[in-house]
Design a protein around this ligand. Structure first.
Ligand SMILES: Nc1ncnc2c1ncn2[C@@H]1O[C@H](COP(=O)(O)OP(=O)(O)OP(=O)(O)O)[C@@H](O)[C@H]1O
Ligand SMILES: [Mg+2]
Length: 251
């Protein structure tokens, strides 16, 4: 199953990605490939994994330094080997960090190869979870290929819902296969959704949304920069487990 998490900046995409990975792991849906598609690479620390190398560095290296290609090896095979080496291995969860975006110059050759390699790499995993940057650069450039579930994260504001709606339209217009898009409203207080937000969701035809609670335990872990993946017994973690349950049983 391929799950992509997208949404406006700061709405909780990385937090959700980390806990979705935690919940999948708890259910024994392993191995998992975690893809950090945000140039600010935050998913590693959220998973308690140290980021040692990124795909961006490999790409730059390939283009700037034109590596010596060993005899009997093609350029494509070398790049694929390097791509595999850039996967950071963990316990049941491996991490691929996309790194910084490309600079000026023609990257088409390398990007096409990378796309193919990521596609092949992801076949080795039962689940792939992609934490996107704000916007949908990697999805639109098809670096990560088709997705089964696109989780659009919004904060508990009318503006946030409107952004999610725009992103959904963007996803609909992109030439990338998304089986199901689901709106996730994050940081909702004990009183539930406000009338204005509820109205905006209905008006936008965004379908039934999934609600995640405001959770001080999550906010604290972020403040203290401790890994989030294990926080499955918090109110937030329990809600994410339910979300994962619905996705898994639907599959
Ligand atoms: N349900 C929640 N309860 C309390 N705090 C939360 C919750 N969800 C997210 N946060 C806090 O909001 C902040 C932003 O979260 P996060 O980094 O996951 O967002 P993001 O969408 O990945 O941001 P960016 O666009 O910068 O990548 C963090 O400090 C996090 O602790
Ligand atoms: Mg993030």
């Amino acid at each position: 199953m391929r799950i992509a998490v997208a949404g406006k900046g700061g709405t909780g995409k990385t937090t959700l990605s980390a806990l979705v990975i935690g919940a999948l792991k708890q259910r024994g849906i392993l191995p998992i490939l975690a893809v950090d598609a945000d140039p600010n690479d935050n998913l590693g620390p959220a998973l308690g994994m140290e980021v040692m190398r990124t795909l961006g560095e490999i790409r730059e290296d390939f283009i700037d330094r034109r590596p010596d290609i060993p005899a009997g090896m093609t350029k494509g095979a070398l790049l694929e080997m390097r791509m595999h080496q850039s996967v950071i291995e963990g316990q049941g969860v491996d991490l691929l960090v996309m790194g910084r975006p490309e600079g000026p110059g023609c990257y088409c050759f390398v990007n096409n190869l990378l796309r193919k390699s990521i596609e092949e790499l992801s076949r080795n995993y039962r689940a792939v979870v992609i934490d996107n940057e704000a916007g949908m650069e990697h999805l639109s450039r098809k670096t990560v290929g088709a997705v089964d579930r696109l989780l659009l994260v919004s904060d508990h504001t009318v503006k946030g819902i409107r952004t999610a709606l725009r992103l959904r339209k963007l996803a609909d217009n992109m030439d990338v296969t998304v089986k199901e898009t689901r709106l996730v409203v994050n940081r909702v207080g004990a009183d539930g959704l406000s009338d204005a937000v509820r109205w905006e969701i209905e008006e936008g035809g965004l379908g039934p949304c999934f609600i995640l609670p405001e959770d001080e335990g999550i906010a604290r872990a972020c403040r203290e920069d401790t890994p989030l993946i294990g926080l499955l017994e918090t109110p937030y973690g329990r809600a994410v487990r339910k979300l994962v349950d619905t996705m898994v049983t639907q599959d």
